[in-house]
Design a protein around this ligand. Structure first.
Ligand code: EPS
Length: 417
């Protein structure tokens, strides 16, 4: 089982990411992690913090000579902004009443964890809550996700994402996605495939900024190169669709997840939803070619690559919706927790939107879920042991006469959505 945890406050000294259960032999360079961290920092509409930070992971353990060694991997991402917060975030005891401390937050922001956290954890200063609730924590998730990605890439799995909606403006998506989605969309300011919609979105972000407002949106995450058979139908907590949805919903400000056709499937009859299975008539070729071709094909992928909580071999497609950031420069109404009277909520430096970054975080969370599912299915303490088991499974599935093993991702993807 692959486990990961993070620690760290937004303006604390550093963020820490610990990944446990990764097999030995995954090739990992600092640049593999840092490239992902840099991608998370991009996107039009981010605030000043992203200009302060250049997130870089320092490997503390678990990686030697460019490879994982099977022990827990720990990484540290230093917060450059710490130097401006050392006194406020210091662990040393102070005499000041918590609610009167420098930069104390006593007017909770609607939509943030401020109020519920203050009540639950009995804190007078919401900074004790917001520092950890902040989406800054997602940098540590992206570092963990980068390790998971490296494992998945040993098996030809690729994860990409792109923005499809921002503040109600919809971007079109090509019917055939490029082989490397991120290579294309990372070049654009909002990580979209639609330059016209993007221009409109940028205008909307500029006007939201002028109005002191914030914007949400939707990203699509696409995972290709997956074999059939990851996850399981047998128990609720082994279903991969549930595990993916939970991972996505755990991302700060995410409010909805759809898999494949998603909510649209609820509006259509079964005949328009389920992906029919056809025999592959051309069964010529070597065993290897046949295993790549499969004995069955689907012309659609409305299921989004998952049936019964198990991968079908087609791309897994997720849509992830993020609400607008809850720090508004033109603040919403709240109460002052000191006086109990009506007040304007606290204004902290923030972003107008962070939807493009959310897509990168969603990729990282998907990578962790799939790496875990790979380890569960193919076991092993090293990548080469996993590979043996993986190849044996593929050989066994493809030797079945009526196998539904589909690996023709490009074809399934071409007809998608
Ligand atoms: C973020 C860092 C934060 C915010 C944002 C995400 O930095 P700071 O609070 O110092 O400006 O930019 O966090 C929030 C939107 C939030 O609500 O906390 C990051 O590294 O992604």
């Amino acid at each position: 089982m692959l486990r990961f945890s993070t620690a760290g406050e937004s303006h604390g000294k550093a963020l820490i990411s610990i990944v446990e259960g990764a097999p030995a032999g995954i090739p990992v360079l600092a640049s593999d992690v840092n490239t992902q961290l840099a991608r998370r920092q991009q996107g039009y509409g981010r605030g000043r913090r992203m200009k302060i930070e250049t997130d870089q992971a320092e490997f503390i353990s678990g990686i030697r000579a460019g490879e994982t060694i099977g022990s827990p991997i720990s990484m540290m991402i230093h917060n450059k902004d710490w130097k401006n917060w050392e006194e406020i975030m210091s662990s040393a005891p102070i005499d000041t009443d918590p609610a009167a401390r420098k930069r104390a937050v006593t007017r909770p922001r609607p939509g943030h964890a401020d109020l519920v956290g203050m009540l639950k954890y009995e804190r007078e200063d919401a900074r004790d809550i917001l520092e950890r609730a902040s989406a800054r924590e997602t940098a540590a998730r992206v570092a963990a996700g980068a390790i998971a990605r490296q494992l998945l890439s040993c098996f030809g799995v690729k994860i990409g994402s792109f923005l499809t909606e921002l503040g109600g403006i919809v971007a079109t998506r090509p019917s055939v996605l490029p082989d490397d989605i991120n290579d294309v969309v990372d070049e654009s300011q909002l990580r979209t495939f639609d330059p016209e919609a993007e221009k409109e979105m940028i205008r909307l972000i500029d006007s939201a900024k002028r109005d002191g407002d914030t914007l949400g949106g939707v990203c699509e995450v696409v995972v290709t190169g997956l074999p059939v058979g990851l996850g399981s139908h047998v128990s609720w907590d082994r279903k991969l669709d549930g595990r993916l949805a939970a991972a996505m919903m755990s991302i700060q400000a995410v409010k909805g997840v759809e898999i494949g056709m998603g909510f649209e499937a609820a509006r259509l009859p079964g005949s328009k939803v389920h992906d029919e299975i056809h025999p592959v008539t051309d069964q010529s070729g070597t065993a290897e070619e046949l295993s790549l071709k499969g004995f069955a094909r689907r012309d659609t992928n409305n299921a989004g690559g998952l049936e019964g909580g198990i991968t079908t071999g087609a791309p897994v497609v997720l849509k992830v919706a993020m609400k607008p950031i809850s720090t508004l420069m033109r603040p919403l109404g709240t109460i002052d927790m000191n006086s109990g009277l009506a007040a304007a909520s606290t204004v902290e430096r923030s972003d107008v939107t962070a939807v493009p970054a959310m897509g990168v975080v969603a990729e990282a969370m998907a990578a962790i879920v799939f790496a875990d599912a790979f380890i569960e299915k193919f076991g092993g303490d090293s990548v080469s042991q996993m590979r043996h088991s993986y190849e044996a499974f593929l050989a066994s599935v493809s030797s079945r006469k009526h196998s539904v093993f589909v690996t023709d991702h490009a074809r399934a993807e071409a007809k998608l959505g």
